[in-house]
Design a protein around this ligand. Sequence first.
Ligand SMILES: Nc1nc2c(c(=O)[nH]1)N(C=O)[C@@H](CNc1ccc(C(=O)N[C@@H](CCC(=O)O)C(=O)O)cc1)CN2
Ligand SMILES: Nc1ncnc2c1ncn2[C@@H]1O[C@H](COP(=O)(O)OP(=O)(O)OP(=O)(O)O)[C@@H](O)[C@H]1O
Length: 185
Amino acid sequence: MTSQQPAKAELRAATMAKRAEDHGKGYDAAAVTRLLEWIGPVKGAVIAGYMPIRTEISPLNAMSALSQDNTLCVPVVQGAGLPLVFHRWFPEAEMIPGAFGASVPKSAEVVTPDIVIVPLVAFDLSRGRLGYGGGFYDRTLEKLRAVNAKLRVVGFAYDAQQVSHVPLEPTDQPLDALITPTRCL
Ligand SMILES: Nc1nc2c(c(=O)[nH]1)N(C=O)[C@@H](CNc1ccc(C(=O)N[C@@H](CCC(=O)O)C(=O)O)cc1)CN2
Ligand SMILES: Nc1ncnc2c1ncn2[C@@H]1O[C@H](COP(=O)(O)OP(=O)(O)OP(=O)(O)O)[C@@H](O)[C@H]1O
């Protein structure tokens, strides 16, 4: 554990409670529209979304729309301390339970995304990001960026997940953009 971990744990618990207040209120649709705008008119791209868990905002409608002209995929945990891999996803894909409650495609076709929609617990106005604490996305984005300088990374969250300051560590990977139902940072 580094010195920022206690502060991160406290912020995580407080912000997860706040996130729940925005969940189930119909805010996701406006965020999906903004997300599709930010991604733009792409064809033939490989785009990572995620299967929402707990009270995360859902990117599923954006993923379905994008799947017409692009390859979509979702994260799969390989193990503690390891980067995520991405398995190809279709709107009608058969899904099975994965680690930490996020479902994963039954068919395991590994693909490498060039656009990544990232779930999160908390964000700040400098696009600092706090996840669940596994360091999974940080390791994954570091690895993807090492081979693709053009990787586009967008955080997706409710407005209630904004905090004044996310304590950052050297391993925290920056977001290129952050989309909420009301804003694009
Ligand atoms: N929808 C979704 N899928 C995802 C992620 C994610 O954040 N969201 N992941 C992103 O890495 C990976 C799964 N990793 C996860 C790691 C931990 C927890 C989690 O809930 N951990 C603690 C709570 C956190 C805390 O209190 O400190 C728990 O299990 O109770 C969830 C997902 C891959 N798939
Ligand atoms: N690229 C990396 N290499 C080694 N350790 C890392 C790397 N990225 C993160 N870590 C470690 O993982 C642990 C958890 O990181 P952190 O608290 O930033 O996770 P998080 O951003 O909340 O979670 P996630 O990225 O899974 O959403 C920290 O101890 C951090 O040092």
